[in-house]
Design a protein around this ligand. Structure first.
Ligand code: UDP
Ligand code: MG
Length: 156
């Protein structure tokens, strides 16, 4: 038998619009697990403005930056580390296009098509590369020990 591909880690966010309804995060997590993602870590948090500005620094000059920071500080949200072979691409595929209207037109089975409200309040985040995933996992889970994880569940 060929060896099973090693799982990869990605950083996901269930953004404040999703977490405003306490029924949604567990329901969505069930759907995510049904797609063979493993939940490695989960943390609920509430951002100050400076946190949002730091995390989204690459978008500082974009027209939506103010709106994005306002939204991401509007209420509690959840950060998750997910694992699966090819997790980074698979998670971005499952959440779908950035803009929910486009998602509903072109990718109606994606999570943003199902739950997204507006271009800003689009319910989910996913790391876009391995480098970004490491940075984002470290941002939300500074104590996460990837070697310990690889030596146990992640190496299987
Ligand atoms: N965003 C927005 N308007 C836009 C594009 C993006 O408000 O026209 C917000 C949206 O919440 C998005 C986030 O800014 O998720 C980061 O944008 P990016 O282009 O990185 O999209 P993502 O990687 O989240 O799909
Ligand atoms: Mg992005």
């Amino acid at each position: 038998m060929p060896p099973r591909p090693l799982p990869q880690l990605t950083l996901a966010l269930f953004k404040p619009d999703v977490c405003a309804n306490p029924l949604l995060p567990p329901r969505i997590l069930d759907a995510v697990r049904a797609r063979d993602f493993d939940l490695v870590a989960l943390r609920e948090l509430l951002w100050a403005r400076a946190d949002a500005e730091q995390f989204y620094a690459e978008h500082r000059d974009r027209f939506f930056f103010e709106r994005l920071c306002g939204y991401m500080t509007s209420g509690p949200f959840q950060a998750l580390i997910l694992s699966k072979p090819d997790a980074i691409k698979s998670w971005r595929a499952l959440i779908g296009p950035t803009h929910p209207v486009r998602a509903r037109l072109n990718s109606p089975d994606t999570l943003r098509a199902l739950y997204g409200l507006t271009d800003t309040r689009n319910s989910f985040h996913g790391s876009d590369s391995e480098k970004t995933a490491w940075r984002e996992i470290g941002f939300f889970f500074p104590e996460f020990d990837v070697d310990a994880w690889r030596a146990t569940a992640g190496g299987k």
